[in-house]
Design a protein around this ligand. Structure first.
Ligand code: DSN
Length: 422
């Protein structure tokens, strides 16, 4: 049983860290991982992240660096950029943002000034911290206005978006978020942004792999600026990219470097290039559609068991469940599910009467289980395990959990993951 690629030098030099890495690989093998923002990267992506490219500084862009020795780094970054443009059909790509939050901050730096008004989705309704939530720098340094979902529909309220945009004339409008189970209507957002003269930023961090694989409509041609992490449904390393049209390209690049960041993480850039190479293959389109099929099957099985899904279901990889009708809060449910072998996160639900650190809901996603080969026919069983665990929490029956974890380990033994050999 070991991590793949093998880590003998690490084991010899630092058994303490190596032991933790080995244990984490085993943990990832033995759990049903349903955290909607996580995945399993391929072994090729893992190998790229562990290369000598981590040794190199390369502030600047290809052909215009502030350090020498960029003969090969320039080629790596150019490859990643060209693949990103090709996979998404974008006019411009910047692959240097360290992760999603810096990518979004770069959009602010490029197209707004401190104090300017920005319109984003409220965090409890499914938005992201960096879309102007009060505890984030973006909420402190800019003037945030927030839209949400309809109380009855659980879906983004585009009438509210339009009304708020007309009233507040924001410089930036963010479309996208972290807990949106339904298709994002990029053309509708674009129309609103055009009307009020705002730059539309589509944050597709969650759905980038679905967009790449044709399982969610693309924002290209609608949003002038598109930010995304690379490690969720896109199945790359932890990192981010900004795509844009040609008109906004220069401002995006200037904001990332020298505006916000120093040297790019070249080992990550290489791994992003590898992931984008994988995303360009026809098999990735099958993968993206399989993620959605799994999410829909899981949603159906949970609804059959009386679970209250925000918006009633899903169009993408993500399910948001309000556990109020089960008499259990999100946090104890998530913690018990973890002990039972199912990893997900507790989450606020729209109009949640509870606090963010102890909310009413849980959030699930199917990107990782789809990578390891689970299919719609497995989802009724996954739903049954979730249901048994939630029922155990309601009855304070901790003793029920180890049996569930054992059943899960038995099923998953037939579904290997990249990164670990059992
Ligand atoms: N933490 C990411 C997520 O889980 O959606 C967003 O930052």
């Amino acid at each position: 049983m070991s991590h793949q690629p093998a880590i003998p030098a690490l084991a010899a030099a630092d058994p303490e860290v190596a032991g933790l890495v080995e244990d984490e690989a085993k943990r990832q093998h033995e759990k049903i991982r349903l955290i909607a923002s996580e995945n399993y990267v391929s072994q090729a992506v893992l190998e790229a992240t562990g290369t000598v490219l981590t040794n190199k500084y390369s502030e600047g862009y290809a052909g215009k660096r502030y350090y020498e020795g960029q003969q090969l780094i320039d080629q790596v970054e150019t490859l990643a950029i060209e693949r990103a443009k090709s996979v998404f059909g974008a006019e411009h790509a910047n692959v240097q943002p360290y992760s999603g939050s810096p990518a979004n901050l770069a959009a602010y730096l490029a197209f707004a000034k401190p104090g300017d008004t920005v319109l984003g989705m409220a965090l409890p309704d499914g938005g992201h911290l960096t879309h102007g939530w009060s505890v984030s720098a973006t909420g402190k340094w800019f003037t945030p206005v927030r839209y949400g979902v309809g109380k009855e529909t659980g879906r983004v309220d585009l009438d509210q978006v339009r009304d708020l945009a007309r009233e507040h004339r924001p410089k930036l409008i963010f479309a996208g978020g972290t807990a949106i189970p339904r298709t994002i209507d990029f053309p509708a957002f674009a129309e609103i942004a055009r009307e009020v003269g705002a730059v539309l930023v589509a944050d597709i961090a969650h759905i980038a792999g679905l967009v790449a694989g044709g399982a969610h409509p693309s924002p290209v041609g609608h949003a002038q600026v598109i930010t995304t992490t690379t490690h969720k449904t896109l199945r790359g390393p932890r990192g981010a990219m900004i795509l844009s049209d040609a008109e906004h390209a220069k401002a995006v690049d200037k904001a990332v470097f020298p505006g916000l960041q120093g040297g790019p993480h070249n080992h990550t850039t290489a791994a992003i290039a590898v992931a984008l190479g994988e995303a360009a293959k026809p098999s990735f389109a099958d993968y993206a559609h399989a993620i959605v099929a799994n999410a829909k099957a899981l949603a159906e099985a949970l609804v059959e068991r009386g679970y209250d899904l925000v918006s009633g279901g899903t169009d993408n990889h993500l399910l948001l469940i309000d556990l109020t009708n089960k008499g259990v809060a999100g946090k104890p449910a998530a913690q018990a599910l973890d002990r039972a072998g199912i990893e997900l996160n507790y989450n606020t639900v729209p109009f949640d009467p509870r606090k963010p650190f102890d909310p009413s809901g849980i959030r699930l996603g199917t990107a990782a289980i789809t990578t390891r080969g689970l299919r719609p026919e497995h989802q009724p069983q996954v739903a049954e395990w979730i249901d048994r665990t939630v029922a155990a929490v309601a009855k304070d029956d901790e003793a029920a959990l180890p049996a569930i974890a054992a059943e899960i380990r038995e099923l998953l033994a037939s579904f290997p993951i990249p990164g670990y050999t059992a």
